[in-house]
Write a protein that binds this ligand. Sequence first.
Ligand code: GTP
Ligand code: MG
Length: 368
Amino acid sequence: MSKKADPPKSTKQATSKTPDEKKKPKEAEDWIAEIIPKKKKPSVQKPSDDDLSDVAVNKIPGIGPAVSEKLMSAGYLTLAAVAHASPYELVEHCEIGEQTAKRLITAARSQIGVGFKSAKSLLESRQKLQMIPTGSKALDTLLKGGIETSSLTEISGEFRTGKTQICFQLCVMTAMEKKNGGLESGVIFIDTEGTFRPERIVQICSRFGADPDDILSRIHVGRAYNSDHQMVLVLESPILIKEKNVKLMIIDSLTSHFRAEFTGRGALLERQQKLNKYLHQLLRLGEVYDIATVATNQVLSKPDVLYGETIFPIGGNIVAHSCTTRIFLRKGKGDKRIARVIDSPHIPEIETIFSITEEGIVDIEDSS
Ligand code: GTP
Ligand code: MG
């Protein structure tokens, strides 16, 4: 039974009430109506089993086939995708008028409800999030289960620290059958450096006895030749995400093109603005389609720092604020690598060691 809000205790001044009013305690709704009588009540969304976020965009009330076609071919496939969009971007990407864009967004938002949610229902939703294991139990423990869906994880570190190797491992874990501990789902791999190696995927499969053909056919690789292309690949990905049940999107690496194309101090502002836009695309995609987004990042050395860290992930505050969880890698002895969580809303700043072997990312005890 739901608890009713307790009315405030009556005071001596409040004596002009009828006997009926005295008897009946006020409902919470009456109190809200009294406090804000003329304004709309705040929308408090009840947890519902009937989540319409994933419903196809052509179910927006009043939408015609032509407009729904335009939205779908621009990658806005679900009610959530439209509800989370801004009118400006729908106008830009879907070639529709501003008024139509506003009307569609309002309709989609009212369908899925974008008001407040109780913390209890948020906890329930978080408990349903899927985790992608990393291949190393120590790393999974550090990350409280693995890489989370619906969030953006950054993996940064110097060259040869294992960023790309972790990405290969995550590809296999996501594509692998559920009975082997995988998610049996698709992967999108945006390769900006030309370092995707299907042979490594095949080697990692052998550790789990997974069929390499199955795994490779679930991984969809897009080679991005510059930062614009990198952004276009993300914009075009929703159709693939839906068709191939994608649960992981990798960008390896996030910043290399941006860094090469925008050189010098004069270009820094423009680079950061573009990077910011890109990061927001990634964040939204992750949330709307409930996928894990993993972006690798290179580092910058600042030798003039007097004390503390001298190596920093590229992208400054913009990358720092956009990523949900940030993992920093450094080299250990031989094939050992140290992973440290440097920022997360739910994981403390701790570190662990893992190894890179022919069979992928493993615990140090398991590396021979
Ligand atoms: P950059 O992209 O250059 O910034 O580096 P990265 O951090 O992405 O490096 P990557 O993930 O490619 O890791 C390279 C390391 O993995 C090197 O030290 C390789 O020796 C190691 N590595 C790659 N393949 C194998 C393998 O088959 N066996 C073993 N034992 N190590 C491997
Ligand atoms: Mg790499």
